[in-house]
Design a protein around this ligand. Structure first.
Ligand code: CDP
Length: 238
C-alpha cells in the first residue's frame, strides 16, 4: 500500500489517500505543539514512539470490544487505517483534576474526581477548541442526533475503564486523555486518531513524575525518554 495525495495535515500527524478509497495511511510526525500551537518543537523519534504506543493501545481496546480505525502498522511511523468521517468533537475523560479543568472550576490540582468526568470540546483550532454541552453539539449539527452523544460518552467511559486498569497494573496513573471518533462508510462509529502521551496525561504512580506532553509544555526535559518509559511499561508482560 503506497501513499497517494495528502488529505490532511494536523499538528502531530499527516493523512494520505491510498489506491483504496476505504483506506488511509497515517504518518506520525516528530513535531510537538502546546498552548494552541503557540509553543512548537520537535524531537527525533517521537512520532515512531507514538505510533508504537497508539498501536498497542488500540489493539488492547479492540480485544476488549472497542471498534477502531486501525488496520495495521506499516513501518516505524506509518499506520494503515480505515477511512472514516471524523466527528468534530474532542472527547475528554478525566480521572484526576488538572490542566484546564482546575483553571476553569477552581478544583485543586491532583484531586481524584468522584467519578470519571467526560467532556466534549469543539475540534476547531480557530475557536480554541471550546467546551461544548450536548445542546451545543446538536445546534452546531456536529452529530446526527442525541443518541450519538450517548454512544460517545459510553465508549469514552469504557475506553477509560479498560486503559485505567491496564496502566494501574504498570504503575502508571491515567490522569486524563482525549479521544476522537469517526463514522465509517457503513455508519459505524470507530475510535480514530491516536492515544499516546501527546493526548493523555500519565503520572508515575509512585513518584507522580509526569511522563507525557506536559514535559514539553513545562520544560521538564526530554519527551522521548518519558515516552520510551511509557512504551516499555505497556510492553511489560503481567
Ligand atoms: O492540557 P490542557 O490543560 O491545555 O487541556 P486539558 O483540557 O486539561 O486536556 C485534557 C486532556 O486532553 C489532556 O490529556 C490533553 O493532553 C488532552 N487534549 C488533547 O490531547 N488535545 C486537545 N486539543 C485538548 C486536550
Amino acid at each position: 500500500m503506497e501513499k497517494k495525495e495528502l488529505l490532511y495535515e494536523g499538528k502531530a500527524k499527516k493523512l494520505y489517500k491510498t489506491e483504496d478509497n476505504n483506506l488511509l495511511i497515517a504518518e506520525f510526525k516528530d513535531d510537538l505543539t502546546a498552548f494552541n500551537a503557540l509553543k512548537k518543537g520537535s524531537e527525533d523519534g517521537k512520532g515512531a514512539l507514538n505510533n508504537k504506543i497508539s498501536t498497542q493501545l488500540f489493539k488492547i481496546l479492540e480485544k476488549n470490544g472497542i471498534k477502531t480505525h486501525l488496520v495495521k502498522t506499516l513501518d516505524e511511523t506509518h499506520q494503515l487505517v480505515k477511512f472514516c468521517k471524523i466527528i468534530p468533537i474532542e472527547v475528554i475523560v478525566r480521572n484526576i483534576a488538572t490542566g484546564s479543568l482546575t483553571k476553569r472550576l477552581g478544583i485543586t490540582d491532583g484531586t481524584t474526581l468522584p467519578f470519571p468526568l467526560v467532556e466534549f470540546c469543539y475540534k476547531n483550532d480557530d475557536l480554541g477548541d471550546p467546551l461544548l454541552n450536548d445542546e451545543h453539539c446538536l445546534i452546531l449539527n456536529l452529530v446526527q442526533d442525541e443518541g450519538v452523544l450517548v454512544t460517545l460518552k459510553e465508549l469514552a467511559r469504557k475506553i477509560n475503564s479498560i486503559l485505567k486498569d491496564f496502566f494501574a497494573k504498570r504503575d502508571l496513573i491515567l490522569v486524563d486523555f482525549k479521544v476522537e471518533f469517526g463514522i465509517d462508510s457503513s455508519g459505524e462509529i470507530l475510535l480514530a486518531d491516536e492515544i499516546s502521551p501527546d493526548s493523555c496525561r500519565f503520572w508515575d504512580a509512585k513518584t507522580k513524575e509526569k511522563l507525557d506532553k506536559d514535559r514539553f509544555r513545562e520544560g521538564l526535559g526530554s519527551v522521548k525518554v518519558a515516552y520510551e518509559e511509557v512504551l516499555n511499561r505497556i510492553l511489560k508482560t503481567q
